[in-house]
Ligand binder design. Structure first.
Ligand code: CO
Ligand code: CO
Ligand code: CO
Length: 321
């Protein structure tokens, strides 16, 4: 943050000097605190579903650090003069269902009057200090695994343009409201050694891979043909239903990417499509990649191998193939 003098602390494991999903602070040899906050403007017409999605999105950053959410607080900006209070009640109901599912406890919150409705959570979680999953320790040879299909930004644009079908909306809502807890429980239960982890949100799949590449000082190959997409989303991308954020993301990272000639424009748009409540990106030793995907599937979750760490690169680099 430009111009600000921010002091560090010996107990700080992850702070502002290394861009990651959440801050992590060591309390003692057994426990580190994970703290994060996130809030959104509505992404669906249904307040209940929006609550579920916003909660899943906020909780995700704790899972991305390998942790377990413990307590949460509501953050609400609400246009009380222009919007019926039932909208807020339904949103909170949806959020509470996800908070309950996560095992966390709602302990408070704050509401301000605002012309635009926004909702999210501040989340506090815990993790063993030696088991923190940063985005900066991927190793050469690792397989990269993704746990949700991509395309929610382009799908939202198509939904707003009223060209998405009912089944498309249903799938997008299901994907965005799914907690990223599954991958963390599989990692813990089957003792997988994960080298790096992050979640896919505003920078898109390629952008968050680039954050991992920069943090880990590695070159990553992204195999676009292996990336799972929401149904029909490629059609919508081809029709130009691409949010401005996707183009901004690609421009922002253009110096450290190379795109294979075979990769279609629409596919590239999907790789940089900003995601709401996207999946986890997990960097695991190559010999364990397939086993991890299998364990995810037999545990009722989804996972795909979509890339690999190929070699060192000081600036971090992404080959989109
Ligand atoms: Co994140
Ligand atoms: Co976040
Ligand atoms: Co992480």
């Amino acid at each position: 943050m430009g111009g600000l003098k921010i002091k560090s602390h010996p107990n700080l494991i992850v702070g502002l000097e290394s861009p990651d999903d959440a801050g992590v602070y060591k309390l003692d040899s057994e426990t580190a605190l994970i703290q994060t906050l996130d809030f959104l403007t509505p992404v669906t017409d249904s307040p209940y579903e929006f609550g579920q999605i916003a909660a899943a999105n906020s909780l995700s950053d704790v899972y991305a650090m390998g942790g377990k959410p413990i307590t949460v607080m509501n953050i609400v900006c609400f246009p009380s003069k222009d919007m019926d209070e039932s909208v807020l009640t339904e949103t909170l109901k949806g959020a509470l269902d996800k908070i309950d599912e996560s095992g966390a406890t709602l302990v408070g919150g704050h509401t301000v009057d605002d012309p635009e409705f926004k909702y999210g959570l501040s989340v506090t979680g815990i993790v063993h200090p030696d088991k923190v999953l940063t985005n900066a320790a991927a190793q050469t040879g690792d397989s990269i695994i993704l746990t949700k299909p991509v395309g929610t930004g382009i799908m939202s644009t198509a939904i707003k343009a009223r060209i998405a079908k009912e089944e498309n909306i249903k799938e997008a809502v299901k994907v965005m409201s799914t907690l990223n807890r599954g991958a963390v429980s599989v990692i813990t239960q089957f003792k997988f050694k994960i080298n790096a982890c992050t979640d896919v949100t505003g920078f898109g799949l390629a952008g968050h891979l680039l954050e991992m590449a920069k943090g880990s000082k590695k070159n990553i190959n992204l195999y676009t043909k292996q990336v799972p997409l929401l149904k029909n989303v490629l059609e919508f991308a081809n029709m130009g239903m691409v949010p401005a954020g996707a183009h901004k993301n690609r421009k922002f990272f253009q110096e450290i990417i190379e795109v294979d000639k075979e990769v279609d424009r629409a596919i590239l748009d999907l790789m940089f499509d900003p995601q709401t409540s996207g999946g986890l990106l997990i960097s695991v030793e190559k010999s364990k990649g397939k086993a991890f995907v299998e364990k995810m599937k037999t545990s009722g979750h989804k996972a795909w191998i979509i890339g690999e760490i190929t070699h060192d690169s000081n600036s971090g680099f992404l080959n989109i193939i």
